[in-house]
Design a protein around this ligand. Sequence first.
Ligand SMILES: Cc1cc2nc3c(=O)[nH]c(=O)nc-3n(C[C@H](O)[C@H](O)[C@H](O)COP(=O)(O)OP(=O)(O)OC[C@H]3O[C@@H](n4cnc5c(N)ncnc54)[C@H](O)[C@@H]3O)c2cc1C
Length: 396
Amino acid sequence: MKKIAIIGGGASGLLCAIFCAQKSLHVDLFEQNSKCAKKILVSGNGRCNITNRSLHVEDFFGDNISFVKDALDEFSFKEFEKFCHSIGLLLDIKDDGRCYPLSNEAKSVSSLLINYATRLGVNIHVDTKITDIKKLCDDYHSVVIATGSEAASHLGGNRDGLEFALNFGHTTVPTYPSLVQFHLNSNIAHKMSGVKLAGEVTLLVNNKKDSTCRGDVLFTNYGVSGFAILDISQRASVALMEYSKVDISVNLLPEFNAKKLSDHITKVASLQKEFTILDILAGLVPVKIAHGLLEDLKLSHSTCTEDIGTKMAKKIANQMLNWRFEVQETHGFRHAEVAGGGVNTTEVNPKTMQSLKQDNLYFCGEVLDVVGRRGGYNFAWCWASAYMCAKDITKA
Ligand SMILES: Cc1cc2nc3c(=O)[nH]c(=O)nc-3n(C[C@H](O)[C@H](O)[C@H](O)COP(=O)(O)OP(=O)(O)OC[C@H]3O[C@@H](n4cnc5c(N)ncnc54)[C@H](O)[C@@H]3O)c2cc1C
């Protein structure tokens, strides 16, 4: 019987193991942690954004990104959904295409995959860290590297897969944290720690507008987080790696334009003579934000309405719609959901995930130089690449 070794019991390793075991192969799955699927468990804030109904090459990043096309075409959303239904895992498909387990619980995904793999006869060896890949390649018909990326080291993230690949003459694309928070070069941001607002963030690279995302912006004691930040973080992280100057411009009130906002400030100032500028801003944004904004503009929060002229109102309005912060660095791999970069995909067959350097070696999941947008795309890549891998391994 063909013997398969899979290194890594995360999303991609587990699905690859399942597909191999379904064809009655002998599968040994090695996982360094005391249990498999730790990242699945914490994914999507405990709900697991398991995939996306609409999967396109443009949703992914990497140096050779057309590499993902074959896998996405072949193991499309429909195929994945069919697999899920076959194990009784129903999906809740949101209007924007994001999919969650119907249970709304990541744990149901991880336990179903682990239990199904076990029932199919996959030998899951937990607490087993592989260090010698060459020996595995000698002992097994096929070896799959499904070790993930450096993201979230507390859940098992590391560079082992890249080191294994280097052993066989593969090259790697420099890695960087993605879907990650930012540290800001600001002595005001941390004073607004804990405040979340629905804003719009524009990324500026070397002072040029790069991209804009709407969504939650959360100030923290180290800088800034929130969905809008995570969504621009891939491009920001690459720019930082290239030593570019990276700034964000935060629009606190995306529904306003500068004139409407400045008119509002002057109108309230004229109606409420006893108000201070802080009172006026408190009607628009959280008080901590108002304090921070005024401090940054070097305006006293007790400035009275009679001193708020059109010029000052315009200045405040502009700052509220275009508040610039310099990004110092990302919050690092440990806090990132995923990592960009990885094993160079020009050295891997896109139809089989087989190494072009070593016949019985395969890769799947995040260890490859493929990273997705937020929205279920990273799991989608894990499922699709695992399927391609297993399809080739089991074909004979
Ligand atoms: C907080 C968080 C939330 C996320 N939410 C989502 C989401 O909602 N939707 C989404 O699409 N993506 C999400 N992601 C990303 C997603 O979890 C990853 O892209 C995905 O888990 C990667 O799967 P993988 O199989 O490639 O690697 P992993 O899941 O990282 O699995 C690799 C496994 O290999 C093991 N391993 C490593 N080296 C060795 C070794 N030498 N020997 C033995 N075992 C080893 C590791 O311990 C690990 O268990 C999230 C990630 C995080 C951290």
